[in-house]
Design a protein around this ligand. Structure first.
Ligand code: HEM
Length: 134
């Protein structure tokens, strides 16, 4: 028997929609997304594909997160930290906690790497710093 999948596409879609609904209401991050996203339906499909590629290995995501984030002006460690805090809160509320655990582990790793890449691209002469845990 093949192993039981970690989650369904519906579980992923629920996580993504709940997370971005929270982000859009957020005082710190909401304005960044408002400025740069003009088609939310398309963004949510893209981010569902991204998480489906990570959690179910569907290979549906074909974007380029590193250059996309490097191109956003004015991001800082506090914003990445806060993005992660909102992601953790949203994941904790999902009924599928096995999926939530894997998603938060991946989000932690990817946020670190996007923030390192961001610093390399914006302040190449300064040693990049990691995000704090907790
Ligand atoms: C301060 C934190 C963050 C902010 C403000 C932010 C904001 C944004 C914005 C505005 C876009 C759209 C860019 C565009 O289409 O030109 C975007 C795309 C995206 N973000 Fe983030 N983001 C953050 C962190 C993260 C993290 C930690 C992840 C993953 C764990 C992530 C995953 C993605 C993905 C997959 C895309 C689509 C990239 C593509 O089109 O190739 N973001 N983000």
């Amino acid at each position: 028997m093949p192993p039981e999948p970690l989650c369904t596409e519906e579980d992923i879609s629920a996580l993504v929609h709940a997370f971005y609904a929270r982000v859009r209401r957020d005082d710190l991050l909401g304005p960044v997304f408002d400025t740069h996203i003009d088609d939310w339906d398309r963004h949510l499909v893209k981010l569902t594909d991204f998480w489906s590629s990570i959690l179910l290995r569907t290979g549906r995501f074909t974007g380029a997160p590193m250059p996309r984030h490097a191109a956003l002006p004015g991001l800082n460690a506090a914003m990445f930290q806060h993005w992660l805090a909102l992601f953790h809160q949203t994941a904790a509320e999902q009924p599928n906690q096995a999926m939530a655990r894997q998603a938060t582990e991946a989000a932690d790793r990817i946020a670190q790497s996007l923030w390192m890449g961001y610093q390399f691209s914006h302040t190449p002469d300064t040693l990049p710093r990691g995000l704090c845990h907790g």
